[in-house]
Design a binder for this molecule. Structure first.
Ligand code: MRU
Length: 352
């Protein structure tokens, strides 16, 4: 399995996903600003991964400042800059806030060391969460399912086997998945460049389609389930994920195909009441006008580029988390999972 992040003793190496699938190259980061630039450029992406990368970025900053009397306030300002690198995936701010609450009161080298421990711990936790989701999610799929997925939710988006792609990997291993339809995921082609690449490496039968082909395949009865990841899930189950996810959910609903969202507890944001409260990142129109640097439209044309959309909880069959499965009504079942997670007890599947 490819490692998207390689922390060293003094630096952090991040895989530059913009170059995939052509080249595997890591960029060495020495300061937080190096990591922030990579996150903003989507060289490093995927909700759980940007949470981990953001925390290592904060460690780099604490390390650089450890011998100065710069203090907590400077580090809190750096933390805010990192948290703003991308607005939709809640994992980034969540990871930084959790670490800050745990290291407050420390200074100098002790503070830097404590943040590093938090970053290592988070990477380890997210790996374990991926595994737990994979097993739970695969159990939902009937034998030999043909599964459609969107964007990239694998090892390149997490620290482990992935969210939706983790479920697919485990499902293939157990016989629950026989084929994967891979949405190319315009504008930045995370499906075509990254998911197709990960599936090929695993030897899982995968067929690449353009985003507009999903409805045709569903109408023909060639899709048994849709499995996607999430960047932020509100209290009522409304889910922000890569642009195009909502259209897939509507199609799946029309064709009575189960639609599963797979996300770790670190992607839940129950403080947001509904999807309308989730900030949606808008990116530059040049990403729509071009494909990997090649113009596919007049460069003067106006282009709109929301990076995410919101799928209403009412269109989601189940939400697979590392703590258990949630079914509607999500306002109750997600709160139940969150509670069990906070208590540290065993999570049971919520709902019915
Ligand atoms: O813009 P990206 O590539 O960071 O978007 C990624 C997604 O939308 C994923 O589906 C999401 O982060 C969940 S994956 C673990």
């Amino acid at each position: 399995m490819i490692e998207a992040i390689r922390p060293g003793a003094e630096t952090v190496d991040l895989l530059d996903q913009r170059l995939l699938p052509d080249r595997v190259e890591y960029v060495r980061c020495r300061r937080a600003e190096d990591v922030v630039a990579l996150i903003q450029a989507l060289a490093v992406r995927g909700a759980p991964l940007i949470g981990i990368a953001g925390l290592y970025a904060w460690w780099l900053e604490a390390r650089a400042l450890r011998d100065q009397a710069a203090g907590w306030e400077t580090l809190m300002a750096a933390k805010e800059t990192i948290a703003r690198a991308r607005p939709t995936a809640v994992n980034l701010r969540w990871a930084l806030d959790r670490a800050a609450a745990r290291v407050v009161g420390l200074t100098g080298p002790d503070l830097a060391a404590a943040i590093r421990r938090e970053a290592d711990l988070l990477a380890q936790e997210e790996r374990a969460r991926s595994h737990a989701m994979a097993v739970r999610g695969a159990s939902l799929l009937g034998r030999g399912s043909r599964v459609l997925t969107h964007c990239n939710t694998g090892s390149l988006a997490t620290a482990g086997v992935g969210t939706a792609l983790g479920v697919i990997r485990e499902g293939y291993r157990t016989g629950a998945v026989s084929r994967v339809w891979v949405d190319e995921t315009r504008p930045l082609l995370q499906g075509a460049r990254l998911t197709a690449w990960e599936l090929l490496q695993d030897g899982i039968p995968a067929t690449l389609i353009t985003d507009s082909m999903a409805g045709f395949l569903m109408a023909r009865g060639e899709v048994d389930a849709v499995v996607v990841g999430a960047d932020r899930i509100a209290a009522n189950g409304d889910t922000a994920n890569k642009i195009g996810t909502y259209a897939l959910a509507v199609l799946a609903h029309h064709h009575r195909i189960p639609f599963y969202v797979v996300a770790p507890m670190s992607t839940l944001d129950l403080a947001r009441d509904a999807g309308s409260d989730i900030p949606i990142e808008e990116r530059d129109g040049s990403e729509v006008r071009t494909v990997r640097g090649v113009a596919v439209a007049p460069l003067a044309v106006e282009a709109y580029n929301p990076a995410f959309d919101v799928t209403p909880g009412s269109l989601i069959t189940a939400i697979v988390t590392d703590r258990g499965l949630a079914y509607p009504p999500y306002r109750e079942t997600l709160a139940q999972l969150q509670q069990s997670s906070a208590n540290g007890g065993n999570a049971d599947d919520a709902g019915y």
